[in-house]
Ligand binder design. Sequence first.
Ligand code: CA
Length: 251
Amino acid sequence: MATIRVPEVVPSPPEDSEKLMKAFEGLGTDEKAIIRVLGQRNASQRKKIKETFQQIYKKSLIDCLDSELSGDFGRAVILWAYDPSERDARLANKALKSRRKNITELQVLVEIACASSPHHLAAVRQAYCALFERSLEEDIISNVSLPVQKVLVRLVSSYRYDKEAVDSSIANMEAVILHDAIRTKNLDDDDLVWILSIRNIFQLRATFQCYKDNYGKSIDEVQLFITVFDNSLSLCFVLILSTWKILFTGH
Ligand SMILES: [Ca+2]
């Protein structure tokens, strides 16, 4: 679903709405037709289709998808039809309400908090309140135990500066804090959590570069080292680091 190819000439929202309605008609559902429409439009085009569908048929597109589709495919397509902020708010809620509640279930929260633009993260928090009548932070506090709870609340509450601006003396200083926390296995350290939750990706990349220059360990090696601690907080940090590694390197 990440590779969406929008055709050069995009049909109008009424045309797309009509194709979707046809796909729903009769017994069963034309799933391929649904993919051809929703899978080949960007988020703002899907938003227009949703509004137009509602105007023409006086029905919610999401309700129609919900009643026509089932299973993983259905759930994936329905998530696709939401606005990105609403989709992420629903995914975050699902992760928090999951009965399993292990740390990998919470990966979606780490990704939303660490890989989104600050604007998107703010929109997700707003959508979360509107949908669930509680804040995302409140639900983290009532569903996740300490110390992971503290890290997640800090991460989702942050609004990182999104332009490229790096202070190399801060990077050096914070590489020392990072190294001390890892060396003493004290990932609950307030300074460490603070660095991870307020610094932007450019500053963090510089910090990890200093870490490598000063201590000879890459972010991969840091990750491996932390994994060995084998507790929920270390797994949470591994998720954070792997999300950033993708942002640092593009893969
Ligand atoms: Ca049908």
